[in-house]
Unconditional design. Structure first.
Length: 376
């Protein structure tokens, strides 16, 4: 090995070591995988819904007089089974009409089992112990994608006595069937054969979109990703890439970037919760905070009439009012400080969360708070 080649190899090794140290010393906690920041357009869940009957209830089902749709459903079901009940007086309370919902994951194949949720539609008291009979589940396209059936599991219960006393826990008119639906129709989506896809940012941001595109292009070595807007990145499969679109997504989704967030303060005045982002900054201001407490105390006094007089005993009101004001020291909050210093400066005032909300709103009104306040 020549001397120049030796020093070149040594220099490359030193640069790699320095880059590794800097990577470990950088804000690793702030880095996120691309798969946690974006969604692939077209790869999504689908909502399914169906109408069915739950049978086998212990007298806690729908009253057929108050729920005519349940009666019609029972008659239609029995007719399909060869039993004619038209114009008959049905009095059963062991059946309840229900709505069945499920979520169809992307790329689900025939025979895949889905969890379903069953909710009472009529005036049933409880679905405990019931069994859902065959119920087709349809998607937004009107096609049947799954069929549900099975024994319900109900977390709540309800009990009542003849005198009107009752006790309940949870929601007994709502239950689940784990793995209670079978996929019958697959959603056609040829992801592997596509040459271009769109990545949708879950939190749209110009800087984050640009960083994601830059990280993808640096990994692939070609300009395959372009940020169209703060919420959309177009990813094209490079010419000569040894794989399909699925392999390309699997390669780039594990890349890490540092997402950027806008300076925002979230305020919930009802519960006194304040959440501030790391990019929140303030200009140099002086803040004074103090509380005024006014106490009103009522001490009624009984007034007795003079002896041998025609007077009456009366109650005379007597009030005492006192005011106490805390001393509010003027505190300097330095400008351009990071979040931890801003919180430390506000804590130095001894403020509680509700006072902190008022101070932040006053800082925003004064133009000293470089952030957006969002009230929940």
């Amino acid at each position: 090995m020549t001397c120049d080649r030796f020093f070149r190899t040594l220099l490359i090794g030193l640069l790699a070591a320095v880059a590794s140290v800097l990577a470990m010393a950088g804000p690793a906690a702030a880095q996120s995988r691309i798969k946690d920041l974006v969604d692939v357009e077209g790869v999504r869940d689908n909502q399914l819904v169906g109408y069915g009957l739950v049978v086998g209830l212990q007298g806690t089902g729908d009253g057929l007089r108050n729920a005519p749709f349940t009666r019609q459903s029972i008659e239609a079901m029995l007719e399909r089974l060869g039993v004619n009940t038209r114009d008959q007086a049905l009095q059963t309370k062991n059946v309840a009409a229900v709505l069945v919902t499920a979520v169809l994951p992307p790329f689900s194949t025939q025979g895949t089992r889905l969890d379903v949720t069953v909710s009472a539609l009529g005036d049933a008291k409880s679905l405990e112990g019931g069994t859902l009979i065959v119920t087709p589940l349809r998607g937004a396209d009107g096609n049947v994608h799954a069929v549900a059936q099975g024994q319900l599991t109900v977390g709540g219960f309800a009990a009542s006595g003849a005198s009107g006393s009752n006790i309940s826990r949870g929601v007994p008119t709502n239950g689940r069937i784990p793995g209670g639906a079978l996929v019958e129709r697959e959603t056609a989506f040829d992801l592997g054969g596509m040459t271009e896809i769109r990545l949708a940012l879950r939190n749209p941001d110009f800087t984050t979109a640009r960083r994601i595109a830059a990280a993808i292009n640096a990994n692939l070595g070609v300009p395959a990703a372009v940020a169209l807007n703060p919420s959309t990145i177009v990813l094209s499969r490079p010419i000569g890439f040894p794989g399909d679109m699925v392999e390309l997504i699997g390669r780039i989704e594990l890349l890490v970037v540092i997402p950027d967030t806008p300076a925002r303060v979230i305020v919930d005045e009802a519960s006194g919760i304040v959440v501030m982002g790391d990019n929140v900054r303030v200009s140099t201001v002086a803040v004074a905070q103090g509380n005024l407490t006014i106490a009103v105390q009522e001490t009624p006094v009984v007034s007795q009439p003079a002896p041998l007089s025609n007077g009456e005993t009366t109650v005379v009101p007597r009030s005492s009012v006192a005011a106490e004001e805390d001393v509010g020291d003027l505190t300097i909050v330095q400008g351009g400080v990071p979040l931890r210093d801003l919180v430390a400066g506000l804590n130095a005032l001894g403020v509680n969360p509700r006072d902190l909300i008022q101070i932040l709103q006053a800082l925003k009104a004064a133009g000293a708070l470089q952030a957006e306040i969002e009230v929940m």
